[in-house]
Design a protein around this ligand. Structure first.
Ligand SMILES: Cc1cc2nc3c(=O)[nH]c(=O)nc-3n(C[C@H](O)[C@H](O)[C@H](O)COP(=O)(O)O)c2cc1C
Length: 377
């Protein structure tokens, strides 16, 4: 392949627009087709929906114990954490909150209420450990299905460049209106031009810092899979299996080794792709909590998936941008600048996402499937 083609493809915003099919018998996106169909245990049925939750780097670090009837207990798989970019497992905990929200919605859709007990054996600090993250007791009740549940299969993390259409204030308030109040959580959207300009620069700065912090960058590259075969074998992490990605990988233009190495075309074009994404942000959404307890992180994760579902409902694309919120030394200047900008009176920004209108539909991200995440199976 010609170098010019390579740049056009990457710069054209298709780097993450995965459309490739997995080899026969191993569709990494199978979990998105009729989740829970054929399951007779309502817990497994609801979990088949819950594992579609957004989660950091798509690590899906969940182990579920169903050994007690009418209970679902969730543990963390400590081999699936992000020790460099998420040293205190804050983001991983947010992903558990997102899963809990979808689980609750899916149970309600089946006529069950979920009573969730967070960290029943105590909140692990400073890192998660082998204690449960939550235990859900389920019981029959007359439940009202959450209207956002209809959006679960449409929800995406859309990293592409967005169209030039602005997000108007009424769309921003529709989005916020879709998020149920959660204790301790404050959700915000800005559509103000000068603030968007400052945030575009800051989020990109965070990405640039990460790319030039070898341990952080390598953590992401190690969790990236390129080409249909590699993605089918690893239905988690960052999946680059669009046909163009697969082709560039086959000819050796796009490899993990090249992505890891500053100065290569693969490294530079990845940053250009991120810059194009940042520059086409039409609004920003963020979530703050006054304190930063594990319960706050769970609540913020619940709020994030609600926002992402509401975005899908209103035809908006959403892309979390977490680098500048991460707790490692080289991000400190960006972290401080973001907090000065978005939380000037104090509190912790748990989530920051760019918003706009999508240029095209994108396929869902791979999932490992429920069976891979059940304890003792
Ligand atoms: C706490 C949290 C932080 C995230 N941070 C980022 C991020 O910085 N950049 C990004 O591209 N996606 C980020 N994501 C999105 C995940 O990468 C995405 O949910 C995952 O790859 C699965 O894809 P899906 O949301 O399309 O199902 C984040 C998600 C969560 C829950």
């Amino acid at each position: 392949m010609h170098r010019r083609d390579f740049i056009r493809v990457l710069g054209g915003g298709t780097i993450f627009a995965a459309t490739g099919c997995a080899p026969a018998g191993a569709d990494p996106r199978a979990a998105w087709v009729n989740p829970g169909a054929g399951e007779t245990d309502v817990r497994r049925k609801a979990l088949s929906w819950a594992i579609l939750a957004p989660n950091p780097h798509n690590m899906q670090p969940w182990i579920v114990d169903l050994s007690v009837p009418d209970e679902i207990t969730l543990f963390i798989d400590r081999a699936r954490l992000l020790p460099v970019t998420d040293p205190f497992n804050r983001q991983i905990t947010l992903g558990c909150g997102a899963l809990l929200e979808l689980l609750t919605m899916a149970l309600a859709a089946e006529g069950y209420v979920a009573e969730a007990i967070l960290f029943p054996d105590g909140e692990p600090e400073p890192r998660l450990d082998d204690r449960p993250v939550f235990r859900v007791r389920i019981g029959r009740a007359s439940t009202t299905p959450d209207p956002l549940f209809a959006q679960v299969l449409k929800r995406r993390t859309d990293r592409s460049a967005y169209t030039g259409r602005d997000v108007d204030p009424s769309s921003a308030s529709n989005l916020l209106g879709g998020i149920r109040a959660l204790p301790g959580v404050v959700c915000n959207v800005t559509v103000t031009e000068d603030r968007i300009a400052r945030l575009k620069a800051l989020v990109y700065q965070g990405a640039d810092v990460e790319a030039h912090t070898p341990a952080a960058h390598h953590e992401s590259v190690e969790r990236t899979f390129i080409g249909t075969r590699d993605v089918a074998e690893h239905p988690w992490g960052i999946s680059l299996d669009a046909p163009a990605m697969t082709a560039m990988n086959t000819v050796g233009l796009l490899t993990k080794a090249k992505m890891a190495q500053p100065g290569t075309t693969a490294f530079n074009e990845s940053l250009k792709f991120l810059k194009a994404g940042a520059d086409t942000s039409r609004a920003f959404f963020w979530i703050t909590t006054q304190t930063n307890t594990r319960a706050d992180q769970i609540a913020a994760g619940r709020a994030y998936v609600l926002a992402n579902l509401a975005a899908a409902k209103f035809g908006l694309a959403m892309h979390p941008w977490s680098q500048g919120l991460q707790e490692y030394a080289t991000q400190k200047p960006v972290y401080d600048a973001l907090h000065r900008e978005l939380a000037p009176t104090g509190g912790r920004i748990q989530m920051l996402a760019r918003i706009g209108y999508p240029k095209a539909e994108i396929p869902p991200a791979p999932r490992r499937g429920l069976a891979a995440q059940l304890k003792g199976v």
